[in-house]
Design a protein around this ligand. Structure first.
Ligand code: OOG
Ligand code: MG
Length: 237
């Protein structure tokens, strides 16, 4: 298990893709979460700090894009956070993609205190962005970076807000928050059901992408718009 974690950690640090070593080793989803914990432990040992949780594959569009149809989760660290409107260095990523999300700010009981539009940059450590369920779980659910817009008070309804993803001012994905588990607030229940790490006050929960992800190229200016919640943007360099 720990040698699998070492190889995934090295793939991320060297930005060199590896084969699907976790499924090849016969590790199941539960074992893959142990590998994920070990992969993230290596980041924490280098001084990073946990700042929240991401859910993945919470929309049909995402499940279809990667060919895995179960909701997964991963760990977010402070080193993955990019400020809204800032430049994100993608030169150390293998084949980054970007996707529009909704983020919740949590209290110590895991209840939401605010909501914001978000962008997630994912980067599979596997060749050709191809993996099975156990592979992607062990790879910290492809987490690489994320940006959060301005936190907003929780509105009455979050279940049918329009979502746009723009690259260089052109709309590349159109969707609705309804694509996220029918209502992104269900992400809070899914997190309670699945996540084995207790939430801490001030943690972020990424609810998962509302649309398929798109490739992220150097120089691109990417913006997500979530109706009623505002915008969030990053420039890739
Ligand atoms: C897995 C991560 C999925 C999401 O929002 O659905 C994810 C992947 O697509 O590589 O972050
Ligand atoms: Mg995501």
């Amino acid at each position: 298990m720990s040698s699998l974690a070492d190889r995934l950690d090295a793939a991320a640090r060297d930005a060199v893709a590896i084969p699907q070593i976790v499924s090849a080793a016969g590790v199941d989803a539960e074992g893959a979460y142990t590998v994920q914990e070990q992969v993230v432990a290596r980041r924490l040992a280098r001084g990073e700090r946990l700042v929240g949780i991401k859910l993945g594959l919470t929309s049909r569009a995402k499940m279809a894009q990667v060919g895995v149809d179960e909701v997964i989760w991963g760990r977010l660290t402070d080193a993955m956070a990019v400020a809204d409107a800032a430049t994100v260095d993608i030169s150390r990523l293998i084949h980054p993609r970007v996707e529009p999300e909704v983020a919740f700010l949590l209290d110590a009981s895991g209840d939401p205190t605010a909501v914001a539009p978000a962008l997630e940059i994912i980067d599979s450590r596997y060749a050709d962005f191809k993996f099975s369920l156990a592979d992607v779980i062990a790879d910290n659910s492809s987490a690489a970076a994320f940006a959060i817009g301005s936190w907003q008070p929780l509105p009455d309804g979050l279940d049918n807000l329009g979502v746009l993803l723009e690259v260089d001012g052109r709309v590349v994905q159109i969707g609705s928050t309804a694509a996220i588990l029918g209502d992104p607030r269900r992400a809070l229940q899914e997190a309670r059901r699945l996540v084995t790490v207790p939430a801490e006050a001030g943690w972020i929960l990424l609810a998962g992408a509302a649309s398929a992800a798109v490739p992220l190229a150097k120089g691109a200016y990417v913006r997500a718009v979530v109706e009623g919640l505002g915008t969030v943007a990053v420039r890739a360099s």
